[in-house]
Design a protein around this ligand. Structure first.
Ligand code: G4P
Length: 541
């Protein structure tokens, strides 16, 4: 291995922020970019949102509902680190993309609103991270408001998520009295100076050792007393710090702060970059591929259309697993069985695209996609193997799709096919005679709106979405399965996927359980049987 590759791997960190809407992900992202020097003056969240709308008006839904449907990958440099932040769509109804992005991350930052604690979307995303066994860091946000106590939050993490937390630092005060944090490793107190303008620039910070005379000048007697009591409690009753447990996702290093005022952002970033692992390899059909492997390899984890109206093309997001990517290189596309040129690579800096010259393990590059990529595709400089790391998630919402104008059926079919390749939807066929209209399955409800909008604007097909009452999809594995005989039981329906494999859509858990009890000879599984179990994460709903 070249020493340059060694160095580039060691300094990289690739992670995603997982959170429930409104916990402050946009704000924290902006602040991390501020500290990383990617933006010099972080505008207020509102200003940033307004700007974002201007550049991503390809979807009016986004504007109307005030949510971000698209997501991006940001790279910034901080001290000697190259940091890749994978942005997960964070609205109420997320898509499979949100889950799949986690397949490309090596660590996750779980952001929680200190007043609200662990919320539903965080739980779903946490489960995906858990299954992958990646380290999960916790940032308790909005300490500038009164919220739950730090101990309550730690307790909730354990009760709701089943993970123990190790507070790396400890807040001094909360709400308007939130003064700073105590760093448990250095035994220093970081006191922050409040400044106006929504934390538009880096916060002033005074670092004072707890065991110094000077501490009495920055903290009042009561603040000091409360802090000393808390520290004693943690030191006696808390967990021991174990980097092994952190790296295997069993212990979550926890931080406290306020993304809005920047309090605690730098101490978090410093510790995170130190503790989070450098890019890890990925399992493949030819064994585990280490990042240090000399030849370039990577996999496509996301495909996105029309992110920017100025570039009406599709972008395939590729996570580099090993080797060195150099602009203009050729790679073997294993699914197509041919060599292709990796054209127009881009990297994403805030909302602008920049062309890149090279990339290392852990980096994500955007490849211009004229329609040759699918989610999960493997690209290799040398050899023939496939990565097994992008799962297909079992959809939870289903609808029959029809065209308003029967003459536009071809356009509708083409559109559905392409969106299925992008991984936005899954398409199923009904079995009964004469029932030609496809059923579409999605992970989040909003995808139906996205589908309707895109079918109309990109494919000129006005569609009708007839929602169905099913909430669970299970592929059937059996020696012999009579799909037609199993069809239509009121609370379930048998369909086939694009590969012709049978699966059953169930109304609810009860219907699934009932079918399972009556037919122990069938196995109902949350992923398609031809996919290797190791590569698939079952339904996380
Ligand atoms: P999201 O991406 O996770 O959905 O959250 P976002 O950053 O958009 O933040 C949601 C709201 O929470 C915003 O308020 C934001 O200003 C606020 N917020 C984020 N971090 C903090 C924090 O540390 N402390 C406090 N007090 N508030 C925080 P908003 O009213 O929706 O927008 P705005 O008017 O503040 O821009």
């Amino acid at each position: 291995m070249s020493t340059e590759q060694d160095k580039e791997i060691a300094r990289r960190r690739t992670f995603a922020i997982i959170s429930h809407p409104d916990a402050g992900k946009t704000t924290l992202t902006e602040k991390l970019l501020l500290y990383g020097g990617a933006i010099h003056l972080a505008g207020s969240v509102k200003a940033r949102r307004a700007k974002r709308y201007a550049t991503s008006d390809w979807m009016a839904i986004e504007k109307e509902r005030g949510i971000s449907v698209t997501s991006s990958v940001l790279q910034f440099f901080y001290r000697d680190h190259a940091v890749n932040l994978l942005d997960t769509p964070g609205h109420q109804d997320f898509s499979e993309d949100t889950y799949r992005t986690l397949a490309a991350a090596d660590a996750a930052v779980m952001l929680i609103d200190a007043a609200k604690g662990v919320e539903p979307q965080t739980i779903k995303l946490f489960k995906v991270c858990r299954l992958r066994g990646i380290p999960i860091f916790t940032f308790a946000n909005k300490l500038d408001r009164y919220g739950r106590s730090p101990l309550e939050l730690m307790d909730e993490l354990e009760k709701v998520l089943g993970i123990r937390a190790y507070p790396m630092n400890w807040p001094i005060g909360s709400g308007p009295e939130f003064r700073g944090v105590y760093d448990r490793r250095t035994r220093n107190v970081h006191v922050f100076e409040a400044q106006g303008r929504h934390g538009a620039s880096e916060v002033d910070e005074k670092i004072v050792p707890l065991e110094s005379e000077a501490i009495k000048e920055v903290l009042s007697e009561s603040e000091l007393e409360a802090l000393n009591q808390d520290i004693e409690l943690l030191d006696i009753g808390g967990d021991e710090f174990s980097l092994d447990k952190v790296l295997s996702g069993q212990l979550s290093p926890m931080f406290f702060g306020s993304a809005m005022t920047n309090f605690g952002v730098r101490p978090f970033l410093d510790a995170f970059l130190e503790l989070a692992p450098p890019p890890s390899g990925r399992p493949s059909s030819d064994g585990f591929v280490e990042p240090a492997k000399e030849t370039f390899s990577g996999f496509v984890f996301k495909i996105q259309a029309n992110m920017d109206p100025a570039h009406r093309d599709r972008i395939a997001f590729l996570r580099v697993v090993s080797g060195h990517y150099v602009k203009g290189m050729n790679a073997f596309h294993t699914r197509l069985g041919k060599e292709i040129r990796l054209a127009k690579p881009t990297q994403f800096m805030a909302s602008e695209r920049t062309s890149i010259e090279d990339a290392w393990p852990g980096d994500v590059i955007g490849l211009f996609d004229p329609g040759v990529f699918r989610i999960g595709d493997t690209l290799l400089e040398k050899g023939k193997y496939d990565f097994e790391c992008v799962p297909r998630f079992s959809p939870e919402h289903f609808a029959i799709i029809r065209t308003k104008d029967p003459l536009r059926r071809k356009q509708m079919e083409k559109g559905l096919e392409q969106l299925a390749e992008e991984g936005t939807i899954q398409i199923f066929q009904q079995l009964q005679m004469g029932m030609k209209d496809p059923i579409v399955g999605v992970v989040g409800q909003l995808q139906f709106e996205v589908l309707q909008y895109r079918m109309q604007h990109e494919y000129g097909a006005d569609i009708i979405v007839d929602k169905l009452g099913y909430s669970i999809a299970r592929w059937v594995v059996a020696e012999k399965f009579d799909a037609k005989a199993f069809d239509w039981e009121g609370n379930r329906q048998t369909v086939t996927d694009r590969d012709g494999l049978p699966l059953v859509l169930f109304r609810d858990e009860w219907a699934l359980q009932h079918a399972q009890d009556k037919h122990p000879e069938y196995t109902f599984q949350a992923h398609a049987p031809q996919l290797k179990a190791s590569s698939v994460i079952a339904s996380v709903g």
